[in-house]
Ligand binder design. Structure first.
Ligand code: TXA
Ligand code: MG
Length: 315
């Protein structure tokens, strides 16, 4: 047993805050049964109060204790995708208090696969409430170094776990209503979920529960970002000159000093995305131009994130 992990579990039991790695992004964790600890978590993140937070567990069995009823669909998805980058919204049991659910009658549950997260969750034993370990609304952290830069002084301990392998947030599926609703696209795709459930999944509407991932500007760098279709990239660079930073699939253009070339494969792209946005943000240019990814389904989650980073609605 890693002694840092044991220390982390002790800090959580004492009501403290621990940032820890997951395969999606780093989380800022607090004991999900401790109202004061969760209140501290919201303050550290600068997050508005009424927003619900995901509760993490070491196993599906433990996670489901926080649900009032576990529909067959949840069992099937858990068997297939947990541990992994999927969050299920279920009707809550009495264990899920108002201060983690935003006073809704549902709760968000996830079993992460990262070995350090697993070790911490097993050692702690209970549920860990954890939003992404960044300031509310900004780019999520995919390394311990990102977390220290964002929240360093406000966290009791940051557990080291390398760079997050998935690199973007978990897919969120709401199973608390009449039919399954996709609240946030992520690494697990809608069609993968539909294949397991053998039923069609609808996408979120304004009637779905609140979730900050649904705000128009989110996951955003400080520099204004703009999505540019491939065929307009050249003209946009010509118009703006050297004062831009570019995230693109194509080779660097001579006229631009800060250029990050991204992989054409969506998983590899996701893994690099947040670190790349942070790097370009650090270049302090007037704007970040982001070449739009393809319109195909495998890019859904990334298109959604990028349009929020750019403060535009997802298409
Ligand atoms: O990959 C992830 O999910 C990461 C890692 C740390 O697990 N966590 C994460 O948490 O992205 P956060 O707080 O940044 O985003 C969680 C989303 C929010 O949009 C929140 O409102 C939504 O989940 N959520 C949580 N519980 C909910 C509920 N009962 N009903 C609807 N949305 C819920
Ligand atoms: Mg977040």
């Amino acid at each position: 047993m890693n002694t840092e992990v044991r220390r982390a579990a002790d800090i959580l039991r004492a009501g403290g805050l621990v940032a820890f790695p997951t395969e999606t992004v780093y989380g800022l964790g607090a004991d999900a049964s401790n109202a004061a600890a969760v209140a501290r978590l919201y303050r550290a993140k600068g997050r508005p109060d009424a927003h619900p937070v995901i509760v993490h567990f070491s196993s599906a069995e433990k996670a489901f204790e926080w649900a009032k009823e576990v529909p067959e669909a949840a069992r099937r998805l858990a068997a297939r995708f947990w541990p992994g980058p999927l969050t299920l919204i279920l009707k809550r049991s009495s264990r899920a208090n108002d201060f983690v659910t935003g006073a809704q009658d549902s709760v968000g549950l996830r079993v992460p696969s990262h070995p350090v997260a697993q070790e911490l969750l097993r050692e702690f034993g209970g549920g860990i409430a954890a939003p992404s370990a960044n300031e509310f609304g900004s780019v999520s952290p995919t390394s311990a170094q990102h977390v220290r830069g964002d929240l360093g002084g406000k966290v009791d301990l940051v557990l080291e776990g390398g760079s997050s392998e998935v690199g973007i947030e978990s897919t969120i599926l709401d199973l608390s209503g009449a039919g399954p609703v996709l609240l946030r696209p992520g690494a697990v795709t809608k069609s993968q979920l539909e294949e397991v459930l053998q039923t069609e999944i609808s996408e979120k509407s304004s009637a779905s529960p609140r979730h900050p991932g649904g705000l128009e500007r989110h996951y955003a760098p400080k520099t204004p970002a703009m999505l540019v279709p491939p065929y307009l990239l050249d003209a946009e660079i010509a118009r703006r000159g050297a004062a831009v930073a570019v995230l693109a699939f194509s080779r660097p253009d001579e006229r631009v000093d800060y250029w990050i070339r991204m992989p054409r494969e969506p998983h590899a792209y996701a893994r690099r995305l947040y670190a790349a946005l942070r790097e370009l943000d650090g270049a302090r240019c007037g704007a970040i131009l982001i070449e739009s990814p393809p319109e195909t389904a495998e890019w859904d989650a990334i298109r959604d994130l990028l349009s929020r980073a750019a403060g535009q609605r997802a298409g």
